[in-house]
Design a protein around this ligand. Structure first.
Ligand code: HEM
Length: 403
């Protein structure tokens, strides 16, 4: 038997990418080989199975939940995580971003943290990093079977240490007639009978939410901060905006996410022959790669300066400022409004509209940092992470007011 490489069709234009995201006969391909973590989790489901799970989890991702998180639950976590660094007068953004977003993602996923200590955060963070490796096993260059077995073992420990105790606490709350916290685990527990979700799938879904929420937002946090530093070097007249105009920080976040998407590609398998309006033919069995770095710099949509960072950019009606970095169609990011806030339109600038506005956890975290007058440490410049070919910062030392 001979095996042939599948045909790969790469999509680089904005309209074509939107159309591809809407195709029901394109199935998720990004996590092939990553079943140890991604087996039966939301982003890997297709068709009716995906629709039912998504409908269920959508109940959590509503406006009231975003407001509760942004206005009540996240601010103390952000300031507690930042406090020791403010005291020390310095911080390191990559580590700070991960600690902060990890804690926020644990809250959303429903991973209780009984101790709440920095050690516990680090312990959970170690799991998170392993789960990311598990989700992307297709790219692993070492002994894949050994890695898969290691991750399966760690997932089991994660269950014993975190998921099962979190479930037990929620079950006890149900028995005591108390309201459950607003998180993914509670939603799954409340509906476990109607969808028949086995315990192992609940554990993987929670692990997936941890990685979907934490790593993407942490990467964005460092990049937004970097882009603001660079923008202010060239545009010192905007320095006041960073402190006084929260919409400006949100715009910087959207512009960063457009140019540097946390997941730079989407991938799908064609389950049937598909013709796109552009004329592109996608034969059954081929792989479709949506190249977001190109899609989000499509000059026909974002203008001739599409490749530049410009937080004052206005996008055409119906085009989000962050482009397609949160995907679109059935798998569109469920946490998009939580991470990046609501989209803001200049014609809704009335105070009443601002009262209803949510800014998103990444802008809120960046704003909290900029409230402490951060500046890159001139004696310790940022370095890129050389363990990956992707453009991640490895270290980004920053001085804070008083430092
Ligand atoms: C800057 C932050 C984030 C970025 C750039 C991002 C990006 C994305 C993208 C591109 C997808 C679609 C994947 C695909 O089409 O194959 C996605 C899906 C998803 N994201 Fe996010 N995400 C972010 C934050 C979050 C947060 C905070 C959460 C959780 C609270 C989250 C939960 C999810 C989930 C559950 C899905 C799967 C949705 C489905 O398949 O129906 N994400 N995200």
């Amino acid at each position: 038997m001979t095996t042939t490489e599948p045909q790969v069709i790469t999509i680089t234009g904005y309209d074509e990418a939107k159309e591809a995201y809407r195709q029901k006969n394109l199935r998720q391909a990004l996590y092939d080989a990553g079943e140890v973590i991604m087996g039966d989790v939301l982003v890997n489901l297709h068709g009716a199975e995906h629709r039912d799970r998504r409908r269920l989890e959508n109940r959590l991702f509503r406006r009231e939940t975003f407001e509760l998180y942004e206005r009540e639950l996240f601010p103390p976590i952000i300031s507690e995580t930042l406090a020791p660094d403010v005291e020390a007068g310095r911080t390191e953004l990559v580590d700070l971003g991960h600690r902060m977003m990890m804690n926020l993602a644990a809250l959303t996923a429903g991973v209780d943290r009984p101790l709440g200590t920095p050690e516990e955060t680090r312990h959970l963070y170690r799991y998170l990093m392993l789960f990311i490796e598990g989700a992307t096993l297709a790219h692993y260059t070492g002994d894949r079977d050994a890695k898969r077995a290691e991750i399966a073992g760690e997932l089991h420990k994660f269950d014993t240490e975190f998921v099962t105790p979190s479930l037990e606490r929620r079950r006890a709350m149900v028995e005591a007639g108390e309201d459950l916290p607003k998180d993914v685990l509670s939603v799954l527990l409340a509906n476990v009978d109607s969808l028949d979700i086995p315990h192992e799938v609940i554990v993987r879904e929670v692990a997936f939410y941890l990685l979907a929420g934490a790593h993407t937002s942490a990467t964005a946090f460092t990049r937004v901060s970097h882009n603001i530093f660079k923008w202010l070097e060239a545009h010192p007249e905007d320095a006041e905006l960073v402190r006084t105009d929260r919409l400006f920080v949100q715009r910087c976040t959207h512009e960063t996410i457009r140019l540097q998407p946390s997941s730079p590609v989407a991938m799908r398998w064609a389950l049937d022959d598909i013709e796109l309006k552009s004329g592109t033919s996608i034969p059954e069995g081929s792989k479709v790669v949506i190249d977001l770095l190109s899609v989000n710099r499509d000059e026909s949509i974002f203008g001739a300066d599409a490749a530049d960072f410009n937080p004052h950019r206005e996008t055409p009606d119906g085009i989000p400022a962050y482009g397609l970095s949160f995907g679109s169609g059935m798998h569109a990011c469920i946490g998009m409004d939580l991470a990046a806030g609501l989209l803001f339109h200049a014609d809704s600038a009335a105070d009443s509209a601002m009262d209803d506005h949510t800014f998103g956890l990444v802008p809120e975290a960046v704003q909290a940092l900029f409230d402490h007058d951060p500046r890159p440490d001139p004696d310790d410049p940022p370095v890129m992470d050389d363990s990956t070919t992707r453009p991640y910062f490895g270290r980004y030392p920053v001085l804070l007011r008083g430092g």
